[in-house]
Design a protein. Structure first.
Lengths: 275, 343
C-alpha cells in the first residue's frame, strides 16, 4: 500500500482568467481547490501537469484565500508553456514556501520599494498587504522601472496607489518606444537620486532582475540605508522549496527556505549574491 | 537528532555468534518479510547486494569500503515520492563503514530538518538496522582520520560487527541494535566474546587507524581545508578543473552529496532523482542566468559545499574522508592532491 509524501503533493487550481500585462508578461488568475493561505513574499511551486514546475511569488493579496494570482514572464521553456494556458486548465500548487517580507518590521516606518520588470509581481502582493496595514505606516513610495513604457506591468495599479493616502509611485522606462508615457526615462536607479523618504526612519525593499537589484542596492547603501534595512527578494533555482534539493544554495543558505527575502546584511558577503 | 547516541540497555554487551549460524540467520531473515543487504565480492570489487542462500560465502566483512555509499538505501537514485518511496519492510544493512555512517548525520540534518521532514527518508531510516563494520583493511584513498574520525563505527549506527576467524562479534550501539541482538539471541546460540577476541578487534582497529593516518599524513583537517578552499584564487580552480568532464561521478558515490532534481510526470507525480552541482545548468534559472555556468566555478562549488557551507550550516562533517571521489574520477583528479596543492 503506497502513501504519498505530503511535501511533494500538489493542490489543484483551475485557471479562471489570463491577463496580458505586457508583450512578455501574463497574470494567471486561478481558483485553488481549497483556500490557499500565504504571507506576502512567500513563494509557491506551480506545476504544469507532467511538464514541469517553477517557483513564483504570488502577485495577489494574501488576504484573499479563494483566489490566487501569479504573474509570469515568458523567458524559458516552462514559462513559455505557462503562457499557453487557457481558462479552465488545471495547475498544481505546492507551498507556500520560504520566508516572506517581515511586514511587522515596517510599522512606524517609511517604506521605499524599488522594483524592476516582473519583479513588481511579488511587490504587488506586498503593496496589497501594506494597503491593509497603512495606518501603521508613515509612508510608502514605489519606484518602478521597465525596459519600455509598453513593458510596464499592472498599469492601472499606479493610479490606484496614487489615490491612496500615504502612497506615492514613480515610474521610469529605460527607453521610449513611441507609446504615451508621462513618467521619466532612464534606469530605475535614477529615481533614487531624488530623496523621497526620511532615511532616519525608512526601510527599503528591492525586487527585480539581478543586475537591477545589484545597482539599486548599492545606490541605497550609497544614499545612507543601512544593510540591515534593505530587503532583497532573491531569485534562484528553487526546485523543491524545502531546503533539500540544493539547487538554490547560495553559500550556507538555502534561498527557498531561509529566503527568498533576505536583508542585504545577511547575504552581502556571498560571492553568488548577484549572479 | 534521532538515530544517534549510544543507548545502554541490558543487551549492551558485545556478543559472539559463529559464522555458520550468522549466515543461516541472514538467509532466514532474507527469506522473511524484510530485506538483508551486505557487501558481496564480485569481479574484484564489492558492493551491497541482497543476501541470498548463494552469496553468504562472498560477503565481505571489515574491508574498506563497499563501492556504493550507504546513502543509496535512504536516497535511491530515483524515487517516485508522490506514489511510493516508503520503506516496504525492515532492512538490515550489513557492512557500512564508519565514514558512511558519519555521513548520515548530514543526510539526517537535511532530510529531517526543523521545518520539513521528508517522510520517505524517515521511513527508510526508521526501518533500517545499520550494522557497521570497522575497516580492518583500508583502501588506497581512505583519509577519515585526517577529519577526526576512526575507521570503525561509533555512534550513528545500531551494531558494530567484527569478523574474527570463524566468528562474528556484534556490539550493540543503539536501542534498535540491542533489540535486534535480543531477537537473534532467542533463535541462535550467542556467547560472550573472549578477552582475546576483543583484544584482536582492538589491535586490528588500531593498525588500520595507523595505516590511514600514515597514508594521509600532512592532509589538513576540514576547517583548514575550508579556509584554503575559500582563499584559493579563481585561476587555481581553473587549473585544477581543467581535466574535469562534469560527469558527476564524484557526487554520485559521495556519502554526503544529497542534491536531487524533481521531475514531473502526468498525474502531478514527482520523481526525485539524484542530481549534482557538477552538472551544467544545476543552478540555471529561467532566462538563462547561471551562477555555476563555468566548469571551474562548479568544481570550486563542490569543495566550498563540503568544507565551508555545509559544515557551517549543519555543524557536521560534509566530507568524511572515504576517498571514493578519487577512485571514481575518470579524469584522474585526486581531491586530496588538489587540497595539498592549496597549501
Amino acid at each position: 500500500m503506497s502513501k504519498s509524501n505530503g511535501l511533494y503533493k500538489v493542490i489543484k487550481a483551475t485557471v479562471d482568467e489570463v491577463i496580458d500585462e505586457s508583450p512578455l508578461i501574463k497574470t494567471f488568475v486561478m481558483t485553488p481547490e481549497e483556500p490557499f493561505r500565504f504571507s506576502t513574499g512567500e513563494f509557491i511551486e506551480l506545476t504544469l501537469d507532467g511538464l514541469g514546475e517553477a517557483p513564483f511569488t504570488p502577485s495577489s493579496s494574501p488576504f484573499v484565500t479563494e483566489r490566487l494570482e501569479v504573474t509570469i514572464m515568458k523567458t524559458g521553456y516552462i514559462t513559455a508553456r505557462f503562457h499557453d494556458l487557457k481558462p479552465g486548465e488545471v495547475l498544481g500548487i505546492r507551498g507556500p514556501f520560504g520566508r516572506g517580507y517581515p511586514v511587522e518590521r515596517f510599522a512606524g516606518k517609511e517604506v521605499l520599494i524599488v522594483g524592476g520588470g516582473c519583479g513588481l509581481a511579488p511587490i504587488r502582493s506586498l503593496l496589497f498587504t501594506l494597503i491593509e496595514i497603512k495606518d501603521q505606516l508613515k509612508k510608502v513610495v514605489l519606484l518602478y522601472g521597465s525596459k519600455t513604457p509598453t513593458d510596464c506591468i499592472y498599469k492601472p495599479l499606479f493610479a490606484k496607489l496614487n489615490s491612496i493616502d500615504k502612497f506615492e509611485t514613480y515610474r521610469s522606462a529605460d527607453k521610449p518606444d513611441g507609446t504615451d508615457w508621462d513618467e521619466s526615462y532612464g534606469l530605475v536607479t535614477t529615481l533614487l537620486a531624488t530623496p523621497r523618504v526620511d532615511l532616519k526612519n525608512a526601510i527599503a525593499v528591492v525586487c527585480g532582475p539581478p543586475i537591477m537589484m545589484k545597482y539599486a542596492t548599492l545606490k541605497l547603501v550609497e544614499i545612507g540605508f543601512s544593510d540591515d534595512d534593505i530587503f532583497l527578494s532573491m531569485e534562484k533555482n528553487m526546485s523543491c522549496g524545502l531546503g533539500k534539493c540544493g539547487h538554490c544554495m547560495m553559500g550556507e543558505f538555502f534561498v527557498c527556505k531561509d529566503g527568498p527575502v533576505f536583508t542585504y546584511a545577511e547575504i552581502k558577503h556571498n560571492p553568488e549574491i548577484w549572479k | 537528532m534521532p538515530f544517534s547516541g549510544r543507548y545502554v540497555t541490558e543487551m549492551d554487551k558485545a556478543i559472539k555468534i559463529s559464522r555458520e549460524d550468522w549466515n543461516r540467520m541472514l538467509v532466514q531473515l532474507a527469506e522473511g518479510d524484510g530485506h538483508v543487504f551486505a557487501p558481496v565480492r564480485k569481479n574484484g570489487s564489492f558492493d551491497y547486494e541482497q543476501v541470498t542462500g548463494d552469496n553468504t560465502g562472498s560477503i565481505v566483512y571489515n574491508e574498506a569500503r563497499p563501492a556504493s555509499p550507504l546513502k543509496i538505501f535512504f536516497l535511491p537514485l530515483r524515487l517516485n515520492v508522490t506514489k511510493s518511496g516508503y520503506a516496504t519492510g525492515r532492512t538490515l544493512i550489513i557492512g557500512a563503514p564508519a565514514c558512511d555512517i558519519e555521513g548520515l548525520k548530514l543526510l539526517d540534518a537535511i532530510y529531517i530538518d526543523e521545518k520539513f521532514v521528508d517522510e520517505t527518508y524517515v521511513s527508510r531510516r526508521e526501518k533500517a538496522i545499520i550494522i557497521g563494520t570497522a575497516c580492518h583493511k583500508t583502501a588506497s584513498h581512505c583519509h577519515c582520520t585526517a577529519y577526526g574520525l576512526n575507521p570503525w563505527p561509533g555512534d550513528g549506527c545500531d551494531i558494530s560487527l567484527s569478523a574474527i576467524g570463524d566468528d562474528i562479534i556484534l556490539e550493540p550501539l543503539s536501542k534498535k541494535g540491542s533489540a535486534f541482538l535480543k531477537e537473534i539471541a532467542a533463535r541462535f546460540q550467542l556467547v560472550e566474546p573472549k578477552t582475546g577476541d576483543l583484544e584482536t578487534v582492538s589491535t586490528l582497529r588500531s593498525k588500520s587507524a595507523a595505516e590511514v593516518a600514515l597514508s594521509c599524513n600532512g592532509l589538513p583537517g576540514t576547517e583548514e581545508t575550508g579556509r584554503l578552499t575559500t582563499a584559493a584564487a579563481p585561476e587555481f580552480w581553473k587549473k585544477q578543473s581543467s581535466k574535469c568532464v562534469s560527469c558527476g561521478a564524484c557526487s554520485a558515490i559521495c556519502p554526503t552529496c544529497t542534491c536531487f532534481l524533481l521531475i514531473d510526470r502526468p498525474g502531478f507525480e514527482k520523481i526525485k532523482q539524484q542530481d549534482t552541482c557538477q552538472y551544467p545548468a544545476f543552478e540555471r534559472v529561467a532566462g538563462g542566468e547561471d551562477p555555476l555556468k563555468e566548469l571551474s566555478v562548479r568544481f570550486h562549488n563542490r569543495y566550498m559545499c563540503k568544507y565551508v557551507w555545509k559544515p557551517e550550516r549543519f555543524k557536521v562533517l560534509a566530507c568524511t574522508g572515504c576517498g571514493r571521489c578519487t577512485d571514481a574520477c575518470i579524469a584522474g583528479i585526486s581531491k586530496n592532491e588538489v587540497i595539498m596543492e592549496m597549501i
